[in-house]
Design a protein around this ligand. Sequence first.
Ligand code: HSE
Length: 324
Amino acid sequence: MIRREGVWVKVPASTANLGPGFDTLGMALSLYSWLELKPADKTVFHLYGEELKGLPKDKNNLIYQVAQLVFAEAGIAIPELQISMYSNIPLTRGLGSSASAIVGALFAANLLIGEPLDQAKLFDMATALEKHPDNVGASLYGGIITAAWDGRHADVLRIEPPADLDVLVAIPEFQLSTSKARDALPEQIALQDAVYNVSRASLLTAALSAGRLDLISAAMQDRLHQPYRAALVPGMARILAEAADHGALGAALSGAGPTLLCLVDANCSKEERQRLESFLLNTLGEQGVPAQLMWLKSCTHGAIELTMDKESSFWDYIKGEVRT
Ligand code: HSE
């Protein structure tokens, strides 16, 4: 069954690692991309908004290619597509923009052909494309996820985020590719550093599951990747070391960076929030790094289908969602 009228989907951004959970922990965030997929006579793209400027508008486009993987897997041919997309997820900043595009394309393509593939299959396909399960898992399932990938299959468990958790991100005004941030990592690490991370990642997972915000500061420590990546983001080392003294529960590099992420108790005062905001902006500013701050929530849903609005076009509908 091919849905000739097309489908609309909405996918959250994500942060990966949360400090010690390198390539394992992910959390969906309240920033989104929206995608329309529709069978067409000729492939055409409508890419809206600043974030998508410059992306290919031909069959080399990631969304087109990922959708074709789903059709091939299901043995269905839809060679020509109308693809419309809008995103407010900053590109190449460590907020999972590519993962949300991959998940959006897989999810929408599967809906378009009557959902022959289950979520676990979509997750395996997404992880094979992204090479690690943390961002794609969060974008697909929402909330907080912990996942393990063996190169073919990813096992995943979703954790309901604590309700009183807020997220403050500082998004530096420069891009950092995941490959450059992975090239900074050593090939081997010492056993005591591995033990350090296993214990913190386990504690963090348990603390988030149990809503034990008091353990987050101790549990968000990492020796596996952040110390090696600190040189790529001026100011990062100080922010990670001192954010908890300035009102954060804990801080981490968001994914491969350069965004820095603080988890914050939602019950904290306006003054405490302002103190943390100033600390982040001043620390980055002293290093000559302008940054944008955003207060976010953990998004409890993953990729979702939107009911098509017969009265309005995809773009008119999205504009309304972005405003709310
Ligand atoms: N876990 C990955 C990394 C996330 O830290 O390289 C990249 O987005």
